[in-house]
Design a protein around this ligand. Structure first.
Ligand code: BDP
Length: 333
């Protein structure tokens, strides 16, 4: 009699446990976030901070798994397409590939648009930047713009010295997957090569597929590209911010309350990333200089010639957004 009671209680406890586990599983939504950078990079740190905040503030209802190093998607355009069909919930990407899906985003990454980082942040944090971020969701692209992160400014790096605009002629330069960026290097007399993920730039240079690429100090250093292309040409052609994107489809299963929390948490991580960015930008510049990269500071005349050569992009790609571009410029005055 006693024995059967023990068996009964054990079975009951087991069943109750199963029910509670099932309930917990049913209320926890696990979502994936794709990131091309390695662990420890400012955006990767921000992704983890975002995941931490979301889990905490939704009291465990939403859990985000961060996949760094491009292990889920090596090319950001592939991640964006996965977001569009709901195969992926979040991707931290550069604004550059986003411009291929939501062309208005090109307006915030035109060459020589901002006077400095402060000018860019005044724009991104203000009406223009926040309006464009909201437009990503309204555009019907299937994407949700959650927040911006800093990515400094981009310059070319190649296997030979470039001291004048003429030195760019014929070089094969890897650019991000955005037709505007291909055209940008064409205007300099070089050829733009797309379809190479940022983690594959180093080997593409080593194999001679390309002569170089363009990026900020941290990516040039962190990806090891400085070992393949030793000349960093400080032309600072663009300031392309990062964007944390969400998927309309994949996030449709999240409640309105938790969606609001997700949006709020993303905004909260912006200042966190900007702080990490400033540290990394300074240390990366120091590392590549110490490790023997030749940093070429262009003379004011040559710098101006780069700027003039890229100017046609404003009519070729910016014409539809000339009002926004004018407003962006006015913010800096
Ligand atoms: C880096 C961005 C990263 C881009 C990469 C690139 O942080 O999101 O994928 O540039 O050039 O600066 O593809």
């Amino acid at each position: 009699m006693k024995k059967s009671l023990v068996v009964f209680v054990t079975i009951l406890a087991f069943l109750l446990c199963c029910v509670s586990c099932a309930k917990k599983e049913a209320t926890t939504i696990t979502l994936k976030l794709s990131e091309v950078h390695a662990e420890g990079y400012p955006t990767s740190l921000a992704d983890h901070e975002f995941a931490r905040l979301v889990e905490e503030k939704t009291e465990g209802r939403v859990k985000i798994e961060v996949y760094t190093g491009g292990t889920l998607y090596g090319q950001e355009t592939a991640a964006i397409e996965a977001l569009q069909i709901g195969d992926l919930a979040f991707a931290r990407v550069s604004a550059s590939p986003v411009g291929s899906y939501v062309p208005a985003i090109n307006a915030i990454q035109m060459p020589y648009l901002y006077n400095n980082a402060q000018h860019m942040w005044d724009v991104l944090d203000g009406e223009i930047g926040q309006g464009l971020l909201a437009d990503i969701e309204k555009s019907g692209s299937g994407l949700i713009g959650l927040c911006y992160y800093d990515a400094g400014s981009r310059s070319f790096y190649v296997t030979k010295a470039v001291n004048t605009l003429a030195d760019m002629k014929g070089l094969k330069i890897r650019v991000q997957n955005n037709p505007m960026m291909v055209r940008m290097v064409e205007l300099l007399g070089a050829a733009g090569v797309t379809g190479i993920g940022p983690n594959d730039v180093y080997s593409a240079i080593m194999q001679g597929v390309i002569d170089g690429a363009e990026n900020n100090w941290p990516t040039y250093q962190n990806m090891g590209d400085y070992e393949a292309a030793k000349y960093y040409i400080l032309d600072n052609h663009t300031r392309v911010p990062e964007i944390l994107l969400g998927s309309v489809e994949a996030l449709s299963k999240v409640s309105k309350k938790d969606m609001d929390i997700i949006k709020e948490c993303a905004k909260e991580t912006q200042a966190f990333e900007i702080e990490k960015w400033a540290e990394k930008e300074a240390s990366s510049e120091q590392i590549v200089r110490e490790k023997g990269s030749t940093v070429i500071e262009l003379s004011p005349e040559v710098y101006a010639s780069f700027q003039a050569a890229m100017a046609p992009l404003y009519t070729e790609f910016g014409a539809a957004y000339s009002d926004i571009i004018e407003k962006i410029k006015a913010v800096g005055n």
